[in-house]
Design a protein around this ligand. Structure first.
Ligand code: GCO
Length: 471
């Protein structure tokens, strides 16, 4: 059952834990290019796999598309001013590859790169550290047409793109993350098919996973070699935290398999230069092999400085179907998600702050020596503006308080955690869920593009000031 940390008892326990965080702790918010920028046909930007996927009938709830989104491309200075009012010290954003290098290869698009030049200068002017993610899922469509992440060449295209961005922004940006959530890019994009490009081919997904890791390693090496000033290089993973529904052997083996594809297929190559033997066995049983070539694992294991951790919920898995069978009709081992009756967010994700503590402690224990930063944590709830347009999002405040306290608990239990970024600054395009799901500290009226800070924005600012001793 759940390897529980002592459950936090009430707001007072949370406040005490949060107060234990050091004044040096980093506080930020996170977004991504396709979810907020809009301006998809402007200044030479080329199409991404999300521009294509949004036009697949039924792919996105409500038929929403990201063509305008939060119109951040035209409203960036206003949005940075909102960040400054939050008193954050770090802003995690992503660069849209198709805006900077439209076909995914060849020379930089000057107008597209100029946007990020302006953004970085605006942030530095506001006293906010840019935390740059090179790839947050918006692969140039031309590269997908050439095979996408399942083909090896894409890894090399990514490294070339990374250098284009570094050459332009490396003089001012210190924190570089290669990839956001490669599990989503590989598994949701090429196996489950619930994200762009929407393919359903498990073998292709595993090939994509390897080439994403290879691209990370190539990009990390090249930036490190090119850097003439200190850089902080990293990768962001949504490892998940999967627990067996019961202590049965079937459930424990299902959790092992899920942990293998969620955590260890990523962190073992990144930190130990090898894929886990049990994962290789699981894949071989499905007739799938990882396309490793000589030297790949050394490249993938290029040392990095920080691990970004995205956490939203813990999940529970059973190794038997409702009839008690351990294998499905295709002869594959059963991995059935089960619910535990905990409260859920608007995404129907169970709220499990103690799972966050357990995950962070585990990552620090199993992969020691790599500082952790929470690069995403947050929640969608049904925000209902009152007659004045204000939003008293108490559920989001309760979620954030419990999870920041869980981070503090993990630090007390030995995890080396250096910062926490809320997902997300403002409501935005929530991928296959469209605009219906709102995660923001700031509400966006998509008709008028008006931004309205929710109560959680003020709460987060006051929390930051309190921990820093600025209150
Ligand atoms: C992710 C992505 C974000 C999502 C957020 C809420 O973690 O899936 O990085 O783009 O919008 O997590 O689902």
């Amino acid at each position: 059952m759940l390897d529980t940390t002592a459950a936090l008892v009430g707001a007072e326990a949370e406040r005490e834990l949060i107060a234990s965080l050091p004044a040096s702790f980093r506080w930020g918010v996170a977004t991504s290019a396709y979810q907020i920028e809009g301006a998809v046909d402007e200044d030479g930007r080329g199409p991404s796999i999300w521009d294509t996927y949004c036009r697949v009938p039924g792919a996105i709830d409500g038929g929403d598309i990201g063509d305008v989104a939060c119109d951040h491309y035209h409203r960036m200075p206003e949005d940075v001013a909102l960040m400054r009012e939050l008193d954050i010290d770090t802003y995690r954003f992503s660069v849209a590859w198709p805006r900077v290098q439209p076909g995914g290869k060849g020379p930089v698009n000057p107008a597209g790169m100029a946007f990020y030049d302006r953004l970085v200068d605006e942030l530095l002017g506001a006293g906010i550290d840019p935390w740059l993610t090179l790839y947050h899922w918006d692969l140039p469509q031309e590269l997908e047409d050439a095979g996408g992440w399942p083909v090896r060449d894409t890894a090399y295209r990514f490294a070339d793109y990374a250098m284009l961005v570094f050459d332009r922004l490396g003089d001012r940006v210190r924190c570089w993350t290669t990839l956001n959530e490669p599990w989503c890019s590989a598994m949701l994009g090429y196996h489950i098919g619930r994200q762009a490009p929407g393919r359903q081919d498990f073998s292709a997904a595993i090939h994509a996973a390897h080439h994403l890791l290879l691209g990370h390693g190539l990009g990390t090496r090249r930036i490190r070699e090119a850097a003439s000033r200190p850089v902080e290089l990293g990768i962001t993973l949504n490892t998940g935290h999967v627990l067996p529904a019961t202590d049965s052997e079937a459930d424990r083996d299902a959790a092992r398999r899920a942990d293998g594809l969620g955590v260890r297929i990523w962190l073992d190559p990144l930190t130990r230069g090898r894929y886990p033997a049990d994962v290789l066995d699981d894949l071989a049983a499905r007739g799938v092999h990882i396309p490793v070539q000589d030297g790949d694992l050394d490249i993938i294991a290029t040392p990095f400085d920080v691990l970004g951790v995205n956490y939203y919920f813990a999940s529970y898995v059973s190794g038997v179907d409702s009839a008690g069978n351990r294998f499905d009709a295709a002869g594959l081992p059963v991995e059935r998600s089960v619910t535990t009756g905990r409260p859920v967010t608007a995404m129907n994700w169970e709220i499990v702050p103690e799972g966050f503590t357990d995950l962070l402690v585990r990552l620090s224990r199993d992969y020691p020596g790599i500082p952790l930063v929470v690069t995403e944590n947050g929640a969608a709830f049904e925000d209902v503006p009152d007659e004045n347009g204000s939003i008293d999002d108490e559920q989001r405040i309760a979620y954030l308080s419990a999870h920041i306290a869980a981070v503090a608990k993990a630090r007390q239990d030995g995890a080396d955690i250096r910062g926490y970024f809320v997902w997300t600054l403002m409501d935005n395009f929530e991928w296959a869920y469209g605009f219906a799901k709102r995660f923001g500290l700031i509400r966006v009226d998509y008709e008028t593009q008006e931004r309205t800070p929710k109560s959680s924005a003020l709460w987060f600012r006051n929390l930051i000031r309190g921990v820093r001793g600025d209150a």
